[in-house]
Ligand binder design. Structure first.
Ligand SMILES: Nc1ncnc2c1ncn2[C@@H]1O[C@H](COP(=O)(O)OP(=O)(O)O)[C@@H](O)[C@H]1O
Ligand SMILES: [Mg+2]
Length: 234
């Protein structure tokens, strides 16, 4: 199976990279580093010469550039070179609302498949950061169907995808999403039982066709972004 490197030092040594043309779910509390992870992956995929499309629902493009600049990642250059493009979902939401008003179709709410139509045809890697705000008004059945459809459409187009799911999304939605995707990572903070200090750890919840450790993997956010420092020990 071909892989796309996540760009997270240490993680690719553990997983061999993300399975190409598959969808990976990233979950975690606010401030756990999901957006940094998503930006780091987007940059990494661009550096692997893959045309990458970053769909943002929370932050506008300018804020993402500011966050990336903090880590020394010049995403403007990648954009200029045609490897990276952004879509602010708030713009799409505005369009959606207008459409809803015009034709009175309530069922358009949280229509994830609509997102797919916005992805240019030559794109190879997609990052969706994040889905939560799009799904708050959905019932569990609606969420399950639409999420499954989103994954199906991504797969049909052969896209490698990272989908960030907001922590505020219900446990029920999370579990449904988890069943549908090829792989899933969960970012969290916990108290280290030995040192008593709080640390960031990630859990590779699942990754099909990949030998993954059962242990939590400690990670840090440093001046170069997210890195895993002790993967040799795992
Ligand atoms: N340069 C940095 N060095 C260390 N930690 C940072 C740096 N920049 C941001 N952080 C940490 O990352 C968090 C934000 O990460 P972010 O990816 O935006 O979280 P979220 O999971 O909510 O998307 C901040 O709360 C801060 O703890
Ligand atoms: Mg975020």
């Amino acid at each position: 199976m071909q892989r796309v490197e996540s760009g997270i030092k240490g993680l690719d040594e553990i997983t061999g990279g993300f399975p190409q043309s598959k969808s990976i779910l990233v979950t975690g509390d606010a401030g756990s580093g999901k957006t940094i992870f998503a930006l780091q992956f987007a940059r990494s995929s661009c550096l692997q010469n893959k045309k990458t499309f970053y769909i943002s629902s929370e932050e506008d493009e300018n804020d993402l550039h500011i966050q990336a600049d903090n880590f020394g990642w010049d995403l403007q250059v990648l954009k200029k070179d045609g490897f990276l493009d952004f879509l602010e979902l708030s713009e799409l939401n505005a369009q959606l609302t207008e459409t809803e008003i015009n034709i009175g179709v309530e069922s358009l709410k949280g229509n994830f498949a609509q997102i797919i139509q916005e992805i240019p045809s030559d794109v190879e890697v997609v990052v969706i950061d994040s889905l939560g705000s799009h799904s708050t008004k959905l019932t569990a059945d609606e969420f399950r169907d639409r999420f499954a459809l989103l994954i199906f459409e991504l797969k049909k187009r052969g896209l490698t995808a990272m989908i960030v799911l907001e922590s505020s999304t219900s446990k029920e939605f999370n579990e449904m999403a988890l069943f549908t995707v090829y792989g899933a990572l969960h970012l969290m903070k916990r108290e280290n039982p030995y040192t008593g200090r709080r640390e960031r750890v990630l859990d590779i919840v699942k990754m099909r066709s990949t030998d993954t450790p059962i242990e939590f993997i400690p990670y840090q956010i440093g001046s170069d972004g997210i890195f895993i420092y002790s993967y040799e020990e795992i």
